[in-house]
Design a protein around this ligand. Structure first.
Ligand SMILES: NC(=O)c1ccc[n+]([C@@H]2O[C@H](COP(=O)([O-])OP(=O)(O)OC[C@H]3O[C@@H](n4cnc5c(N)ncnc54)[C@H](OP(=O)(O)O)[C@@H]3O)[C@@H](O)[C@H]2O)c1
Length: 420
């Protein structure tokens, strides 16, 4: 077979962490015939690793350039990014993006634009960096019903939780270390409040279950209020706290979605996903469980995922959303009873409990931690109240041995089940 040599040009919009990563990957593979055309950035005064002549500050110079075969949208401004994706797709162009917020919040429109104008949008890099999640869900599991998809989807919060377990320091000092090492943004709110994981979960829902759901409709809590006491409780129960995003088929044909800090017992595949790594367990009805683990962020890992999309798109690959065509799935938070740990300042926790009126199973004598039963729907209903009072919320899976909880919560005086 004769291999045809080709020359393809990429229009790069954004030259920060991911844009530079893509540039390096393309540069290291020049023999394959790819080149970066114009590079669009915003700040005219920033010092760059390339000569000034490589850059433009006008996005239209990239969007209107007829010599460009594919556009890589890798900017940090979601509003501007949405405008770029809209314009490129309205022109029937091929574009790749790493922007999970924009994709998660606008997926129905972005799919419609592709259908109407014939353009292509790929966004593998937006979910778990270097791990090929979407292509696995879409191309491999496109026909198989999935029992559950759950994983650690945010490297910054996982790094912080790993630090807390290893060193028992404060949340603030673990966050500062994550920022120093470049694992967390200067504004870490999207990461630690669970919103970044939520965006990834909503994108996965479209490919795993054919479900289009807006992030605002999904139960989610973050790790911003976690304290040493909760880490100690988890450790004593042979668990590690992880921020877990999950999609699960319910008995009634719905899909239960949630992002919740969870006590993960030793032996669970997610237990050993540490530091900035991400991990995803996919359980198919017939295939059983598969586990994917890798770097969820960073310049070269994410640049590699963008590059994989660029190369696939040029060879004609596009998402077909196979389950969107066949599924009638609707979203739910879920109504099975969960065992939940609430931890916070005693007075504020008492105010929350007064409104929740839950069935309490255990409470520490200092009243800063309680274990109780709630359904995800109840949690979602009271999401605002719990967040407003600075309460850390974590799920405790059924297989965690709760009979030792009283001993652990306070070795002498925990208040046992049924006595409140
Ligand atoms: N960092 C990661 O590990 C990672 C992983 C997965 C996905 N992502 C996603 O990838 C995207 C880029 O993230 P990043 O970490 O590379 O961000 P970043 O390091 O902050 O870089 C952002 C780049 O976007 C440019 N930019 C911002 N607004 C612009 C505008 N209006 N017009 C043109 N250029 C503009 C900036 O220009 P200047 O250089 O002039 O400031 C900069 O080059 C985001 O959507 C992010 O969520 C990031």
């Amino acid at each position: 077979m004769k291999i045809q040599k080709f020359k393809k040009r990429i229009g790069l919009i954004g030259f920060g962490c991911v844009g530079q990563g893509l540039y390096d990957v393309v540069d290291a593979n020049r023999h394959l015939g790819w080149e970066i055309g114009s590079i669009c950035v915003k700040d005219k005064d920033k010092s760059r690793s390339l000569p000034a002549s490589a850059f433009t500050y006008d996005v239209q110079e990239v969007l209107q350039d007829q010599s460009i075969d594919i556009i890589a949208e890798l900017i940090s401004d979601p509003k501007e990014a949405l405008g770029i994706l809209r314009q490129a797709l309205q022109q029937g162009k091929t574009v790749v993006s790493a922007n999970k917020k924009v994709v998660a919040e606008n997926l129905p429109e972005l799919i419609q634009l592709q259908q109407r104008h014939g353009g292509v949008l790929l966004y593998e890099a937006s979910v778990c960096g270097s791990i090929p999640v979407l292509r696995t869900l879409e191309a491999y599991y496109g026909s198989e019903p999935l029992v559950e998809v759950r994983g650690i989807l945010n490297g910054s919060s996982n790094y912080i939780l790993s630090k807390l377990h290893a060193e028992r320091g404060s949340f603030q000092s673990a966050l500062a270390q994550a920022q120093e090492l470049g694992f967390a943004e200067a504004d870490p709110s999207l990461d630690v409040e669970g919103t970044d994981a939520l965006h990834k979960l909503c994108i996965m829902a479209a490919h795993a279950y054919g479900l289009l759901v807006h992030p605002d409709e999904v139960l989610h809590f973050g790790i911003q209020h976690v304290a040493t006491e909760a880490v100690e409780l988890a450790t004593a129960l042979n668990c590690r706290i992880k921020l877990v995003g999950s999609l699960k088929a319910t008995a009634t044909g719905q899909v239960a979605l949630q992002v919740l800090p969870t006590l993960i017992p030793e032996g669970d595949a997610l237990y050993d996903v540490e530091a900035e790594f991400n991990g995803l367990e996919i359980e198919g009805q017939f295939a059983g469980k598969q586990f994917l683990k890798g770097r969820g962020a960073g310049s070269h890992p994410t640049g590699s995922a963008v590059w994989a999309d660029v190369a696939a798109a040029v060879r004609g690959y596009r998402y077909t959303y196979p389950k969107l065509c066949t599924s009638q799935a609707t979203a739910t938070s879920g109504d099975e009873q969960l065992t939940i740990l609430l931890q916070g300042e005693a007075k504020r926790l008492a105010q929350v409990l007064e409104q929740l009126q839950p069935a309490i199973q255990h409470q520490t004598p200092d009243q800063s931690q309680v274990i109780l039963s709630l359904t995800p729907q109840e949690l979602r209903l009271h999401q605002g109240l719990l967040k407003q009072h600075g309460i850390f919320v974590a799920a405790i899976p059924a297989r965690v041995a709760l009979d030792i909880v009283p001993e652990v919560l306070d070795r002498a005086e925990a208040i046992p089940i049924g006595s409140l």
